[in-house]
Ligand binder design. Structure first.
Ligand code: SAH
Length: 275
């Protein structure tokens, strides 16, 4: 997998890419990250990437030319024009980070893990000329219902979520299959008493809106958050680990985890239960 980050702040990514799973994935060649300074594709003396908005109003907007030219230089081919639209490469995603995009979810990350290459376009200021969303980006994605000051953190977040789903990125292959938001799809851990997060039939016939069209059958009734985890000490300042987890009865542990995951989902994310 190759990630390209198009940004006016190339230094931004020094640090976040150099730790843990991402660092190891880069070192082992599982992912390659290329950072592209957008200002290289400006032509004026001030190297300006932005301009005032047509129609008036506050703030500045990223111009289309530098972004199109940056993407064309990275991909090595023309991305077309109104007269000659380019046909998109099915193995490459061009993602515009945008608070007005579709919401990034775990199943989006899963879908993206199958691409060969992802180009992230990071906006700033008031945002990006709409022709970038319409004719350059293959998708416009938001990481949540809040407005950030730039697309760099959102792109970083996507890179993290996607990388850990690439086979080999996690030490333990099974460990990305039994997490919050993951469909429990018959992984080896299902059989083990400790892989306790099994299907809780919330509304078996209900399709979660998020799952629609994603190609993920089986996702529909398993969208639970992770169960609570505990480690030593068993008594920390008087706050005790639930007795059942210490007892060693695997079936009881499994039951407790199932119930606790359901309880926590209801408490923190009732929307996931659709009730
Ligand atoms: N005027 C815009 C916000 C611009 S914020 C609006 O109201 O929608 C500047 C840049 O930050 C955006 O171009 C985008 O690249 C990035 N950004 C801000 N919030 C984001 C979010 N929730 N998800 C993804 N990118 C975001």
């Amino acid at each position: 997998m190759r990630f390209d980050l198009v940004t006016i702040f190339p230094e931004f990514f020094v640090g976040p890419l150099d730790h843990g799973i991402l660092r190891r994935a880069r070192e082992t060649g599982l992912v390659e990250v290329h950072i592209q300074d957008l200002r290289v594709f400006t032509k004026d003396r001030h190297r300006s990437v932005d301009d005032r908005p047509f129609g008036g109003g506050e703030g500045m907007v990223f111009k289309p030319e530098p972004l199109f030219e940056a993407a064309e230089a990275l991909l090595g081919h023309s991305l077309g024009s109104a007269e000659q639209p380019a046909s998109p490469d099915p193995h490459t995603a061009i993602v515009l980070m945008s608070a007005a995009g579709t919401l990034f979810r775990q199943e989006t990350a899963r879908r993206y893990a199958d691409f060969d290459r992802i180009v992230f376009l990071c906006g700033r200021y008031e945002g990006v000329d709409e022709r970038v969303a319409d004719h350059l980006a293959t998708e416009e994605i938001s990481v949540g219902d809040y407005v950030l000051s730039g697309g760099e953190l959102p792109a970083m977040l996507m890179i993290d979520a996607v990388t850990r789903l690439i086979p080999g990125a996690l030490g333990n292959e099974a460990s990305s299959e039994n997490e919050s938001f993951s469909a429990n799809r018959g992984s080896p851990r299902d059989a083990s008493p400790l892989g306790a997060r099994q299907a809780v039939p919330v509304r078996p016939d209900t399709e979660f809106p998020a799952a629609r069209g994603s190609g993920y059958r089986g996702l529909t009734n398993h969208l639970l958050l992770d169960f609570p985890h505990y480690t030593r000490p068993a008594d920390f300042r008087g706050w005790k680990v639930p007795e059942v987890l210490i007892g060693g009865n695997h079936a009881e542990v499994a039951n407790w985890r199932r119930a606790a995951a359901l309880e926590k989902t209801g408490r923190n994310r009732p929307d996931l239960l659709l009730r």
